[in-house]
Ligand binder design. Structure first.
Ligand SMILES: [Zn+2]
Ligand SMILES: [Zn+2]
Length: 368
């Protein structure tokens, strides 16, 4: 009996030893596999941001491709909607103005309306066809502050990489799907002017057609009421006895066009007006949309250590606007801002002159 018990215990110990050996071997293999994976994927620049970016890479890819393709649709939509509004103004609003208004008001509407239309068309055409500006390719001898990780080429100050255009853009502001183009150094003015004149045009159309809109709205309500009455009558009476509609097809189309014009213009005026004001604020501060976020972070960081942040690309509120519009002499406010102008922007977008508050230009200051 005792010998049997000893044999059983010995077997148990042997089984336990084998299990331990198998487990330790398995763990060794696991450690080796982990070491292989880590050594193959090792990158001294890897940090939490890179890992998060890598995880979100498929979503970025999808958004970038969709934006690239939808850009064409958005441009077509802008042209289509603007053309429809212009057509309605020419067919419905302008003849009414000519019939009812005095000569002075007719001159104002015809003059202002056409000037605004020319400014919108000119700036939109220039904004979509003008290249935003790229750093010179195959030239490593350009003033740069860093290297683009995507293009593997020198990146000048204020230049950023656009993942939709897959290029580095000089003084990049943002990629605009409504232009299907990036907004950068060479077309920033065209983009802002388009937003400004489009907002002005929408406000003008909304104000000019506000009385017509009220009348059209009342007429449409009346129309709906009449249609209900007619349906009620049609049920009770024969087809021949049904009274003819008091509104003709032309009248119905006219009222609906006026409502479409007013609703679209008012909505665009509010949305685009807010965007234009935002960009006007950025121009006053001498910042781009991207720099706004960078400078905000920098301002907080310096504030924590009791220091003040100064934007190295701000030359003073008024001067920022003059530089933005390319106003060198006072007449340029008329010839370059109020009238269509194709003049190039100030500078080449590669280097930036230091503002007067920087007594001794420091390279590090201009390295955003
Ligand atoms: Zn790049
Ligand atoms: Zn872009």
């Amino acid at each position: 009996m005792r010998s049997c018990r000893r044999l059983f215990l010995r077997c148990l110990r042997l089984g336990h030893r084998r299990k331990c050996r198998f487990l330790s071997r398995f763990l060794d293999h696991l450690r080796y596999a982990r070491l292989c994976v880590v050594s193959l994927a090792y990158n001294s620049f890897t940090n939490s941001d890179v890992i998060i970016d890598s995880l979100f890479e498929p979503i970025y890819w999808l958004v970038d491709h969709l934006t690239r393709w939808f850009g064409i649709v958005f441009v077509a939509l802008v042209i289509l909607l603007t053309s429809s509004i212009v057509l309605i103004v020419y067919i419905c609003v302008l003849p009414l103005i000519m019939q009812t208004y005095s000569t002075g008001w007719i001159c104002w509407h015809v003059g202002y309306g056409h000037w605004n239309l020319i400014m919108i068309v000119f700036h939109y055409y220039k904004a979509i066809t003008t290249s935003p500006g790229y750093p010179p390719q195959n030239n490593l001898d350009i003033p740069s502050v860093s290297v683009c990780r995507k293009c593997i080429s020198p990146k000048p100050a204020r230049t950023h990489h656009c993942s939709i255009c897959t290029k580095c853009i000089l003084k990049m502001d943002h990629h605009c799907p409504w232009l299907n183009n990036c907004v950068g150094h060479y077309n920033h003015r065209y983009f802002f002017s388009f937003c400004l004149f489009m907002t002005m045009g929408c406000i003008y159309c909304s104000i000019s057609s506000r009385v017509m809109f009220r009348e059209a709205y009342t007429a449409i309500e009346k129309m709906k009421h009449q249609e209900k009455e007619m349906l009620r009558l049609a049920v009770n009476e024969t087809y021949n006895d049904t009274p003819p509609p008091s509104f003709t097809f032309q009248e119905r189309a006219f009222h609906k066009c006026i409502i479409y014009l007013w609703v679209l213009c008012s909505s665009v005026a509010v949305a685009l007006g807010a965007l234009t004001l935002w960009h006007a604020m950025l121009i006053t501060r001498g910042e781009t949309s991207i720099e706004r976020h960078i400078n905000k972070k920098e301002r907080k960081r310096l504030q924590a250590s009791g220091k003040a942040f100064h934007n190295p690309y701000s030359y003073g509120r008024c001067q920022n606007w003059r530089i933005f519009f390319g106003v060198e002499i006072d007449q340029h406010w008329i010839t370059r801002v109020v009238l269509p102008s194709s003049h190039p922007p100030d500078g080449d977008g590669l280097t930036w002159s230091a503002p007067s508050w920087i007594q001794t230009p420091q390279k590090s200051v201009l390295s955003i």
